[in-house]
Design a protein around this ligand. Structure first.
Ligand code: SF4
Ligand code: SF4
Length: 110
């Protein structure tokens, strides 16, 4: 079992989630975060912290298409444990449909 970051994280990146994770298993891409499925201890603490409701357990049907993306990019992107500055337009993107097309495979910089 693991929790999975899904589509609505894209371009939101509030990063409230990373501060609460007891095992520091979030990894940062250019425009979203992912959870390492083998490191997540399934505690669920991060789920209610996400203002974009972009974290779900893998038993949620919305997790299916994102689980492998979380696994793949957690192995490539840098670990993140401290909340950074969210993008200024994060609120505008919260809840917008069709954001998967905007997913960036690039790691976070800075
Ligand atoms: S709080 Fe939610 S939207 Fe923000 S980075 Fe974490 S998972 Fe993504
Ligand atoms: S469920 Fe717990 S261990 Fe897994 S990512 Fe969230 S806070 Fe971290």
């Amino acid at each position: 079992m693991t929790y999975v970051v899904i589509e609505n994280c894209i371009k939101c990146k509030y990063m409230d989630c990373v501060e609460v994770c007891p095992v520091d298993c979030f990894y940062a891409g250019e425009n979203m975060l992912v959870i390492h499925p083998d490191e997540c201890i399934d505690c669920g603490v991060c789920e209610p912290e996400c203002p974009a409701e972009a974290i779900v357990p893998d038993s949620d049907e919305r997790a299916a298409e994102w689980l492998e993306i979380n696994r793949t990019y957690a192995a490539q992107w840098p670990n993140i444990t401290r909340k950074g500055e969210p993008p200024p337009d994060a609120d505008e993107w919260n809840g917008k449909p069709g954001k998967k097309a905007l997913f960036s495979p690039n790691p976070a910089t800075g």
